[in-house]
Design a protein. Structure first.
Length: 427
């Protein structure tokens, strides 16, 4: 287990009666410790999470040699050079929190998803040690140089399941990668120069996007396993938009979250709305705040408001348009201000599940454009046919492709970018 490999012992050495200096042994021990940390049992290579060979995309927090994450789409990548056919596995070493968080990850090889890993539920406290393995022995040839990435493609389900009760719970901890002996790490991949950021709810997260039929509609709606199994962020709107424009993507999304109230809130307002979470590097550890100066998107895309009005409008719990618009405007003003004038463009979207709030969302976008004269702002209506709204009326994969097509003109006009680039972007 990483961090628990036994160090080799240094035998006593005779030197013709000449005593070796203490400094020599200190230096020798340090060299052996570094070498052993890099190459473990059976010649395997271990890269700790803080290795300079690794590259992170998306919000995360470092804790010594470990990385912690919870936001959807966070990924860690590396480039490898392998000298022979691989017999064995590439392993990601993780400590996962207990239920209801049950993570799902995608292994990406040179921009192509080659497998997914659904980690089993943990009922232990503290977090349980698990290994997410990519088996490289089934027709996958890694001879030469390749880019390998591990992407979080499911949500941190403790938040939409527990809300306030989730505060303080453990995030997932990534300890590092273990590589076969035939592979060595190279310099990290080159980052795309373009950047997109998405903020939203279950629509942005890709909730239920793998559901296609009536049977799926039943299974996908059962938390937490159904939610995880029918969600794949690599096929959700942010990932697809990033691929279309050749852009690096950060995403902050939570299913059921709203501007003033959440989808399952029994009152007109809740303190645990999007404002409670948006500034965190993590979702449940609020001491780890995100450093907005570390990464600025070319375009920020925000789609919120569905959960303020979806079921609540039938129960008399929806906010008034004036109150909603005031809160949404305040939220966006705060978010834009965090970039201290560096953010060049904003897209405010509405739909496709609920459209009742869209007039107020459009007015909010106009208020933001007035408040920030240097910020380019576009409003976009997202609409889908019922055939593309499957799991509890959420967009399926075809719906996510359609939403990207509807966003492309606005993003292209704001940036001058042309969609359809070949550069692979993994989020």
């Amino acid at each position: 287990r990483p961090g628990q490999l036994p160090l080799p012992t240094i035998p006593a050495m005779a030197s013709s009666g000449v005593a070796m200096s203490r400094g020599y042994w200190v230096i020798t021990l340090a060299i052996l410790q570094v070498a052993w940390a890099h190459r473990g049992h059976s010649g395997r290579v271990f890269l700790a999470a803080d290795s300079s060979h690794l590259q992170y995309t998306g919000r995360h927090a470092m804790n010594g040699t470990q990385a912690m994450w919870q936001w959807q789409g966070t990924k860690v990548g590396m480039r490898l050079s392998c000298t022979s056919a691989i017999n064995g596995t590439l392993e990601a070493h993780l400590r996962v929190p207990h239920m209801p968080d049950i993570d799902k990850y995608a292994w990406m090889l040179d921009g192509v998803q080659v497998s997914t890993v659904s980690l089993p539920a943990s009922y232990q406290t503290p977090p349980q040690y698990m290994v997410a393995s990519l088996d490289l022995s089934f027709g996958i040839d890694l001879i030469g140089e390749h880019t390998v990435e591990l992407v979080k493609i499911s949500e941190a389900l403790s938040v939409p399941c527990l809300w306030s009760l989730a505060d303080g719970l453990d995030p997932t901890t990534f300890e590092g990668f273990s590589l076969p002996a035939a592979c060595r790490p190279l310099e990290p991949p080159t980052r795309p120069s373009r950047r997109l950021e998405f903020v939203g709810d279950s629509i942005t997260c890709g909730f239920g996007n793998l559901a296609e039929n009536a049977g799926d509609e039943i299974k996908c709606s059962v938390p937490p396993v159904g939610w995880r199994d029918y969600e794949d962020f690599t096929r959700a709107m942010p990932t697809l938009a990033g691929s279309a424009f050749g852009a690096e993507v950060h995403t902050e999304c939570i299913s059921q979250v709203g501007v003033m109230r959440n989808g399952d809130t029994t009152a007109k307002t809740t303190d645990h709305n999007i404002s409670h979470y948006i500034h965190g590097a993590l979702l449940t550890r609020h001491g780890a705040q995100w450093d907005y100066s570390s990464w600025t998107p070319d375009v920020l895309v925000v789609n919120l408001g569905t959960n303020d009005y979806d079921i609540s409008q039938f129960l008399g719990l929806q906010p008034s348009y004036d109150h909603f618009q005031a809160h949404y405007t305040a939220f966006l003003k705060d978010l834009v201000s965090r970039y201290e004038g560096r953010l060049p463009a904003l897209v405010v979207a509405c739909g496709p599940m609920t459209t009742k709030q869209c007039p107020a969302v459009k007015q909010t976008s106009e208020a933001i454009a007035t408040a920030f004269s240097a910020l380019k702002v576009k409003y976009v209506d997202l609409r889908l046919p019922s055939s593309q709204l499957v799991c509890i009326w959420h967009p399926n994969v075809a719906g996510h492709h359609a939403m990207v097509e509807q966003l492309q003109p606005a993003i292209g006009e704001l940036t001058g970018w042309a969609p359809g680039l070949e550069e692979a972007v993994l989020v």
